[in-house]
Structure formats: C-alpha cells, structure tokens
Design a protein around this ligand. Structure first.
Ligand code: GLC
Length: 621
C-alpha cells in the first residue's frame, strides 16, 4: 500500500526531474534520473526519521497552508546568546515573546562555527551540532518544542553559499581530497579569478577586498565572496546539492519550521556577470523546496536576497516558478524606502519604487522589517529615483550622510559601514532607535519609531521585529570591546537584551515604545485585510508627505495612510471616495476611533499612521 511519502513522490517526482534538467542540461537523460532519484532517497531518509509530532505538524500545515500569511503572525529575530544566553535560556523567555504577540522567532546562526572571527556565526563547521556554549542538539529539539507549545515557530539560518575554511569538506580539500576540492571554486592561477573579478562587486571591501583568497594548502585561489575564511560552495556540483538536502531534513526533524536561505543570491557563478540572481539559483531553490515537500512539508523557505528591486520578485517565484521556490522573502525595498521617506518627508520615490514591484504569488509573503543584524545598503534604483526627480547616486549619498548624522539637521546617529567610493556604496549600521533620532534626543523620535512599525505591520506580509527594538535600545557604545567584533561595526546594533538591571541603559521611553508595538500587533491580528494573500496596492500620493497603501480584501478595502512628515497632513476625500470609505462606518483601527472629517478629508497628525477601513454595522471593526 502506498504510504504518504509515496503519494508525495508521485506528486512531485516529475518536478525534480525537470529541475535537474534545467540545472545540469549537459547530463544525459539517465544521469538526470539517477540524480533525481538520489534526491528522492535523501527525502525518504528524512521522512523515515521524522518524529511523529512533526509528522502531525506536516498534516496540520498542509490543511492550513496559509498559516504564515495570517494577520496574527508576528516575527522576532535575535541572537540566541544575546537574547537568552543559551538555548534553554531562550526557551525561558518564550512567554515574553508571546506577550509581545510573537509567533515566529528567527534565531541567528547557532550551529557550530569556527572560532571567532566567524561573521556572527555565518562560518559553519558542522551543520549537525549546536555551538557548545549555547547547548546541544537535544536543547535545540527541546527549544523548538517549547516554542511550538507557545505558538511560536522557529526559523534558523541555512548558510548555503559558503562554509568555514575549517569545515570538514574544506579540511579534506586542503588535505588533497579531489572530491572535496570539487565542492569549492578553486583556481590554480589568477586567470579565471581575474576574469570573474572584472564584473564582480565586493561585499566587504574594507575587511575582505576581492572575491578570491589564496590558500597555501589548496595551492590555489578559492572563491570567497564574503570573508577569506568563508569558502563559497560550488553548487554546480550535484554532491553539494545532495549534502544540503540531507542537512535540511536533519534541521527540519529537530523541529525547525522555517529555513532562512542565507545569501541565496550568490549561489550560482557565471562569467561576465555579477554572479548574483542567476536563473539556476531559483532552479536550485525549487529542487530543495521539492525535497522538503516530500520529506517535511511543514517547513518553509525564506529567501535572504538583499538585491535591487528588479531582481527581488523571482525569489518568491515569477512565471513557472510561482509558488515553487521560497515562501517568504525579505522586502529590502520597503525597508530602504522607509528610511528614505523619513529623511526626506517625501513619499513619491517610495510610492513609485513600490509600485514597480509585481504582486508576489498569493501563496507567498513578503517579510517586512525595518532593521536586522546587517547594515543598511541604499538599494535605490536609478530609474525609480529619476522618476521621482532625483539623481540615484546623489540620493544614496544623501541617505548615507543623513543616517551617519553628518548631514546638517540630521537626527540620526549611525555609523558608516564599508565605504566604497569607487562603487558609490556607503552603508550604515545603527540601532533602529538611534537611526530614528532617539539617541540625539529629537522630539519626533518616538513617533517615528511607531510610524516605522505601523508601516511594517500594515503593509501586508510577515513583519519581523529586531531584538531590542521593542525597547528602543540605542547603539551599543561598547560594541568594539570584544576584539572579535572590533572590526565590524554591525555589532553596534546587536546589543544584549537588558534583562538584568542597567545592562545596557534602556531608554526612559521604553514603556511607550513597547506598549505602542503591542497595540499595533493586537490591532493587526484582528484585521483579516492584512492577510498576506491579499494584494497590496500603492496609490499615487495626493499629499507628497502621505504614503497610501491599499489592501484589497473580501472584507472590503483597508487604506493605510502614513504621514512621514512632522507636520499636519491630509488624506484627501477623493481617495476615500474611490475606495468607498464613506461615513458613517469609516474607522481608523490604529487610532481606535472614527476619524473626524474636515471638508471630507482625514487629518493626520505629524508622523501619524491611520489604518482606515469600513466598519460594518455590527460594530466590531
Ligand atoms: C548574510 C548575512 C550576513 C552575512 C552574510 C554571509 O547576508 O545576513 O550577516 O555576513 O550573509 O553569510
């Protein structure tokens, strides 16, 4: 009798065969079948080893596949050690997260890494064990169970573009193992590296210039997009793909529900290109996602592709990949535009840029965020800027100066990260509160912090808070004290949670910020309009300082109007009219009030965000 696994194979095996053919067109038909069968057998092993409670979760998720799109989902991202010291310590704070409204927790890399420096954990030496200072595999399994009992799904990084130079594959390659050397991109001389470099950007020009590193043991140049100790894997090698199919099943069977595909854009290298966003990246994602559908269908993929707006949509699937690649993807564009709007008091650039993005497939979701553990790179498209009457490079320069706090009048207190004058790239580190003006004591700071979150939560998608932002934590003044961190100022916005009194100083405004966020999350949870499956429409601004975002839902439209200025602004009557948001019944869910109309328009106080919808006669919003 066919078991559940066989049924899944019957449904998905052809998709694997198709993908293998796309990635390795040079393989003969029978070789392709062998490779597809290898992937099925990894899935079978994963399925066989899957604990009963997780099989039950698979069944549950398959009956409600939109679970992660619902408006009561709220994410939180943190370093395990900085949040809870250990994995069991994180579990001890599950109620704290629940109380905030959190249903999804992304813990930063916690698998065994090389000793520092290790890029905050992104240099893995063993995908099957946990960093010893955090606990062990049993602790990880216990944590996923505790979190699930609290209604929280755990997301972990799958660092798949590279491994540490000390990973056993790299060790073996260095010891002369030909097979394992084939897991990496190694070149005996500079001919190919130089040819690639001609079109490659640099990710960390300050502390890791170039994309190749000479290694004496290898007697060759190895591809290292990030640091010299992070060796890029050669994903054109089917063995690498199979290794990760196994790793994915292993993590899934510990109860991990979402895998963050770290630096996914860089997976495939092609001469003469920037070696990012190549079509094979999406084919490979789809192959691995199909393995997951067979072995552990409760698991989701989240694409970490911090790329320009034109390259972003394929990560959620366009054309034949729709609904077949990642389920979630960071909305880097919204993040950048949020900060751009606040610095300029203007929404036309943001509106145009956001309008240019196609709707993602209705089974997927953007992940909306304002800060994360990384720097902010000013991914403003030149055409979008031009349409808004701006010059791209000049605007990016302005944003760097504004958020570094060097532009006259700036209330931001960020640090410049990776200044690359040749490329015109000057990124910014800093905590959300410090970038929003709280450190400088600007009177608009709290309102700005709440606005940022209101837009994140009202946009549609899965909003994810960055650890400490719910307390308004400022830049960590001691970020460089740890010698392993001193060269990387992203640690300025990775402070420890101040559970213990006085460590670090929590701003006096903490209460206001935390309560404001909780209220936002509660309000959002009650609004079905914010389910991620509904399309998000960005309307042309009427008032140049008010961003207009419309969510079309069966319950009726919801209009988010965000005043990004510190002046009184308006939502004009034509907008309300077009959306049929008439009185009586017009309601602002955020203000929990019926807005008073002035000549038919809704007044917005400085930095006010309104979530306007039509409340039916039953009175429940
Ligand atoms: C991702 C991570 C970043 C890390 C890089 C290399 O972009 O977010 O922190 O440096 O990948 O793994």
């Amino acid at each position: 009798m066919a078991d559940v696994f066989d049924e899944r194979v019957a449904a998905w095996r052809a998709d694997l065969g198709r993908g293998v053919g796309k990635v390795w067109p040079e393989l003969a038909a029978d070789e392709r079948e062998v490779l597809a069968d290898r992937l099925v057998s990894h899935a079978r092993e994963g399925y066989d080893a899957r604990p009963d409670d997780l099989r039950a979760l698979d069944a549950k998720r398959l009956t409600e596949p939109d679970w992660f799109q619902r408006s009561d989902m709220l994410g939180y991202a943190a370093y395990a050690d900085r949040f809870g010291e250990t994995l069991s310590g994180v579990g001890d704070h599950a109620s704290y997260l629940r109380d905030l409204g959190v249903t999804y927790l992304h813990l930063m890399p916690l698998l065994t890494t090389r000793p520092a420096p290790n890029d905050g954990g992104y240099a893995v030496v063993d995908y099957r064990t946990v960093r010893p200072d955090l606990g062990d595999t049993d602790d990880l399994r216990a944590l996923t169970t505790t979190l699930r009992d609290h209604g929280i799904s755990l997301c972990l990084d799958l660092v798949l573009n590279h491994v540490a130079r000390e990973h056993p594959w790299a060790e073996a390659a260095r010891a002369g193992d030909r097979d394992k050397r084939g897991y990496f991109h190694v070149h005996a001389d500079r001919v190919m590296p130089d040819a690639y470099e001609a079109t490659l950007p640099e990710v960390f020009p300050d502390f890791a210039p170039g994309n190749f590193t000479w290694d004496d043991d290898l007697d060759g140049w190895v591809w290292t997009t990030f640091h010299d100790y992070q060796w890029d894997l050669d994903w054109s090698n089917p063995d690498v793909v199979c290794e990760f199919a196994e790793i994915i099943c292993h993590l899934a069977n510990l109860g991990v529900e979402v895998l963050r595909l770290d630096a996914i854009a860089f997976l495939w290298k092609r001469l003469g290109t920037a070696c990012q966003n190549q079509p094979e990246v999406h084919e490979l994602t789809r192959l691995l996602r199909t393995v997951v559908r067979m072995a552990c269908p409760a698991v989701l993929f989240k694409a970490e592709a911090i790329v320009g707006p034109a390259d972003l949509p394929p990560y959620l699937g366009v054309g034949e990949h729709a609904g077949r690649v990642s389920d979630l993807a960071y909305h880097n564009g919204l993040m950048v535009q949020l900060w751009s709007m606040l610095a300029t008091w203007e929404v036309s650039l943001a509106s145009g840029a956001l309008q240019a993005l196609p709707q993602p497939p209705s089974t997927t979701s953007w992940l909306t965020y304002a800060r994360c553990h990384d720097d902010i790179g000013w991914a403003i498209d030149d055409t979008d800027a031009w349409r808004a009457g701006l010059e791209g490079a000049a605007h990016r320069r302005f944003l760097s100066d504004w958020y570094a706090g060097t532009h006259p009048g700036s209330w931001a207190r960020g640090l410049v990260f990776q200044d690359n004058p040749a490329a015109g790239d000057r990124r910014i580190s800093g905590s959300l509160a410090s970038l929003a003006g709280l450190e400088a004591g600007d009177p608009g700071a709290i309102a700005r912090i709440l606005l940022i979150h209101a837009v994140m939560l009202g946009f549609g998608g899965l909003p994810v808070l960055w650890m400490g932002d719910e307390l308004g934590l400022l830049n960590d003044v001691g970020w460089a004290d740890d010698p392993a961190h001193a060269g990387d100022n992203r640690w300025v916005h990775r402070p420890r949670m101040p559970w213990r009194h006085g460590e670090p100083d929590v701003p006096a405004e903490r209460e206001q910020i935390t309560e404001g966020l909780k209220q936002l999350a509660r309000t959002r949870a009650g609004l079905p309009h914010l389910h991620a499956a509904h399309p998000t429409e960005i309307w042309d601004p009427r008032d140049p300082g008010v961003l207009l975002v419309v969510r079309r839902a069966p319950e009726g439209p919801l209009l988010m109007a965000a005043n990004v200025t510190d002046e009184e602004r308006w939502v004009t009557d034509d907008v309300l009219h077009w959306l049929d948001l008439h009185t009586p019944g017009l309601y602002d869910a955020l203000g929990a009030a019926v807005p008073k109309l002035h000549d038919g328009a809704v007044r917005l106080a400085p930095y006010q965000v309104a979530w306007l919808h039509h409340r039916s006669g039953t009175g429940t919003g």
